[in-house]
Structures are given as structure tokens and as C-alpha cells.
Design a protein around this ligand. Structure first.
Ligand SMILES: N#Cc1c(N)ncnc1-c1cnn(CCN2CCOCC2)c1
Length: 313
């Protein structure tokens, strides 16, 4: 079937996720545009949240910079004046919610770090007393802080839920040296990010990273000291980074283990969808204006808490 999503400024559409659209910018570059779409219970809702795409993009850009001493990344630029000329005609549509990145050879594993027991980790713990084959102490409650953060990888499942896998499966997929590097790097990034979040009154319960390899010479003209493959390619942090869509953030002031914690950004949406007893089947319902406004405010608050700056809308 012909691609239903039109090209953007002559850049062919590559794929779309629930929130972001990806285009081929040529010369081994990709172009991301983050929409204001919002998903809940695995469905994209009929309503959008104004400025959500800008918030998520700006949070990723903040973390790329904050983590630059730990890990290089795939970003080329988020400045419209540096985009391919044909895109500059879309300045109003792209401002603040887009980025030009290096096309990477993506690692086929979702690299998840967990500091707390929640979501699929809680479900796996209840069944096995372990998460991704990592045995945990008995008697943990939902949302409990783990004795130490753990690496809980997942297989990329493009249809729906990613499937938690053991470290051995990562080794089988990418080899032991890279598997060990991914685990160490994922946990190191998580430690730095959760320390920053905590200093801002937020708990970073868990987060998902995606990594890929780019030619070493492409990386700002310098070779990175670590994460270098034998062929000279360099491992970079890609995709979205430590956003409320790829992470669980909780307000530290309201933290109460023993049950599910309110989602920092989507609780108003979830509560509304539960209140109308939606059967979680398409078509996903629209949201009342008040829920849209409250949710937008939470995204702006997340950005301001994490960065210390108000979002330029
Ligand atoms: N980042 C990045 C990246 C890159 N730098 N090079 C090559 N491929 C990718 C890539 C392609 N797909 N994904 C999964 C993330 N998707 C994005 C769209 O929205 C859905 C999720 C990553």
C-alpha cells in the first residue's frame, strides 16, 4: 500500500510511532517530528495535547546535553536554520518539536533500567520473584524501591508490548562484550538521571533507552573514547531520552509504595478513561477540554521541574 503519510518538504516518510513521525533526510540522516498525540492504555486518543510534542522534544534535548560526558548521541541539530532548506518553509510546524539525527545501525534491544518495582516488572516479580531473570528479595511491594537499580532489557515488539528478556538473550542477540557494555551504560545513565530527577523532587522509577551505532568519523568529527565497535563505529544514545513517554516519573512528595503510583503526566487522562468505563477498544474517545488543559499543564510542569526553565511555546 502506498505510504499514507505524505512526505515532508520532499523528505520521504519512513515510519510513525504513536507520537512521533520519522522521515528520511538523506545522507544517512533522519528527521523526527514529535506530534501532540497522546496514547493511553496502548491506544492513541482522539484528542491531542497542545505543546506535548515540544515538551518531549525539549526534554530529550536537555538530557542529550546533560548526559554528553557519559554517552554521545545521534543528534545533529534541532535548529531549523540548520535543517535542509526545504524544511525551513515549515518553521511554524517544526519549531521546538523536531530534530535532525544521524541514521544509526540500531541495537535490536530496548535497554531498560529500573530503580523501582512497577509495570511489567511488578507483574514479572509477582509471577517469578524475579525480573528478566534477576532474582529479587521476597516480600517486595508494588512501587517499592529496589535494593539497587537493575538492567531489564526487552525485545522490540513493533506490534504492542515489548517482551522482557533475560541478559542471556541480549548476549545471544549482540554478543557478550556489547551486552555487558549496554548494561553498564544503561545503569550509569540511569544513575545520573535519577540523581538529577531526585534533586528536582521527582522519582525516575524506570526508563527505556535505545542505542545505535554510527560511523566514528560522523561523530562531531571525533572518535568517542568508549562504546567503539571493532569497525570504528561508535555507540550512541538514540530515540527519545528520559521523557515521560519513555519513562515513569513520580512526584517524590506523593510516593507511597504498596500500590501503583499516580503517573506524573497521564493520571488525569487515565482517571477520565476509567471514569467513562471505556472498554479500551477503538475508537479511542476524545478528552474533555479540562482534562486536556490539566494534562498540558503537567507536561509543562515536567519540563520546568527537570530543566529549571519555562518552556518557550
Ligand atoms: N532514534 C533513532 C534512529 C536512528 N538514529 N537511526 C536509525 N533508526 C532509528 C530509529 C528508527 N525507529 N526507532 C525506534 C523509535 N521509533 C521512532 C519513531 O517513533 C516510534 C519509535 C529508532
Amino acid at each position: 500500500m502506498a505510504n499514507e503519510v505524505p512526505a515532508l518538504g520532499g523528505l520521504p516518510h519512513v515510519l510513525s510511532g504513536k507520537v512521533r513521525d520519522l522521515y528520511d533526510a538523506g545522507d544517512d540522516r533522519l528527521f523526527f517530528v514529535a506530534s501532540d498525540r497522546i496514547s493511553a492504555f496502548d491506544h492513541v486518543l482522539a484528542s491531542t495535547i497542545p505543546d506535548k510534542g515540544k515538551v518531549l522534544t525539549q526534554i530529550s534535548l536537555f538530557w542529550f546535553d546533560h548526559l554528553r560526558e557519559i554517552v554521545p548521541n545521534h543528534l545533529i541539530t534541532a535548529s531549523i536554520d540548520s535543517y535542509p532548506p526545504a524544511l525551513r518553509a515549515y518553521r511554524d510546524q517544526l519549531q521546538g518539536r523536531s530534530m535532525l539525527v544521524r541514521r544509526a545501525r540500531m541495537v535490536p534491544v530496548e535497554c531498560v533500567a529500573r530503580g523501582y518495582l512497577s509495570g511489567s516488572g511488578w507483574k514479572d516479580y509477582q509471577r517469578d520473584g524475579a525480573v528478566c531473570g534477576i532474582k529479587l528479595p521476597a516480600g517486595l511491594r508494588e512501587s517499592d524501591r529496589l535494593p539497587e537499580p537493575i538492567f531489564t532489557p526487552a525485545a522490540k515488539n513493533h506490534t504492542g508490548h515489548d517482551e522482557n528478556i533475560g541478559f542471556d538473550a541480549v548476549v545471544a542477540a549482540v554478543g557478550a562484550p556489547l551486552a555487558e557494555h549496554l548494561r553498564e551504560l544503561t545503569l550509569r545513565i540511569y544513575a545520573k538521571a535519577s540523581e538529577h530527577a531526585e534533586s528536582k523532587g521527582l522519582i525516575l522509577a524506570d526508563t527505556k533507552f535505545e542505542f545505535g551505532f554510527v560511523p566514528g568519523s560522523d561523530l562531531h568529527g571525533t572518535l568517542a573514547a568508549h562504546g567503539q565497535a571493532a569497525d570504528g563505529d561508535v555507540l550512541v544514545l538514540a530515540d527519545e531520552v528520559l521523557t515521560p513517554d519513555s519513562s515513569r516519573y513520580w512526584l517524590a512528595s506523593g510516593y507511597a509504595p504498596g500500590g501503583a503510583q499516580p503517573s506524573f503526566d497521564k493520571q488525569f487522562v487515565r482517571d477520565y478513561l476509567l471514569s467513562i468505563r471505556w472498554n479500551q477498544q477503538p475508537p479511542a474517545p476524545a478528552l474533555p477540554d479540562e482534562v486536556v488543559a490539566q494534562t498540558r499543564a503537567k507536561y509543562l510542569q515536567a519540563f520546568e521541574l527537570l530543566t529549571g526553565q519555562p518552556l518557550k511555546v
